[in-house]
Ligand binder design. Structure first.
Ligand code: CA
Length: 229
């Protein structure tokens, strides 16, 4: 899936440079000149990674990083901080705030892209090739195929995205609203009921292989994907 990289940087020239590097690396750059624009972008679609400038107008990058960590939507989104030389001493406070990595300005496009890819690999735990396996179900990311006990599974595109999200975030409960934000993207108007429909379809898809119980309903809370009954 195309990785969305949110670039929160007030200096337009630097933002453009980063955006170009990101799109050349086959990822989708999303621009934000300040925290407000960043929040709007996140409400539209939760990004796969956030590049965050240390010095932003009005609010420091570090305070914003803390806020991102507290927010349910962005809690698990990796953050790379962009710092000016001399700010390295502040790294400790950045790490406390939950920042995943640092890039010191001026940096090369190549260096930045390498760091983005390394952090994405680390955070998603699905390896470079996007393969993920749990409870006898395996997703071959590059091939966009699903196998259950090595037998191919015919699956619809939304069910595929839903399964991929679940399998890369196992054993955690997600509300219908959270699943909508992560799997459908917040800008699409979809009723929460739609989630139930696709959950039902996903279970039906897995049923012939006896894997439907991996998709678990948590009463009053939402859904969870887990190999533990
Ligand atoms: Ca700045």
């Amino acid at each position: 899936m195309l990785k969305h990289i949110l670039i929160v940087e007030d200096e337009a020239a630097i933002r453009e440079m980063i955006a170009l590097a990101v799109s050349r690396a086959g990822m989708k750059p999303v621009h934000a000149a300040d925290v407000r624009a960043a929040q709007e972008a996140i409400a539209t679609k939760v990004p796969d990674l956030i590049l965050l400038d240390w010095m932003l107008p009005g609010v420091s990058g570090i305070d914003y990083a803390r806020r991102l960590r507290r927010d349910d939507l962005t809690r698990n989104v990796p953050v790379i901080m962009l710092t000016a030389r001399g700010e390295e001493n502040d790294k400790v406070s950045g790490l406390d705030a939950g920042v995943d990595d640092y890039v010191v300005k001026p940096f090369s496009a190549r260096e930045l892209v390498a760091r983005i890819k390394a952090v994405l690999r680390r955070s998603q735990g699905d390896g470079e090739d996007g393969n993920v396996e749990l409870g006898g179900v395996r997703i071959d990311g590059p091939a966009h195929r699903v196998f259950a006990d090595d037998k191919p599974v015919a699956i619809g595109p939304t069910e595929y995205r839903l399964l991929y999200f679940f399998m890369t975030h196992p054993d955690r409960v997600y509300s219908r609203g959270q699943l909508l934000d992560h799997v459908w993207g917040g800008n699409v108007y979809v009723e929460e009921r739609t989630v139930d429909v696709h959950i039902r379809r996903l279970r039906k898809t897995l049923e012939p292989f006896g894997k439907e119980n991996l998709v678990q309903t948590v009463r009053g809370a939402g859904y969870r994907f887990s190999a533990i009954a």
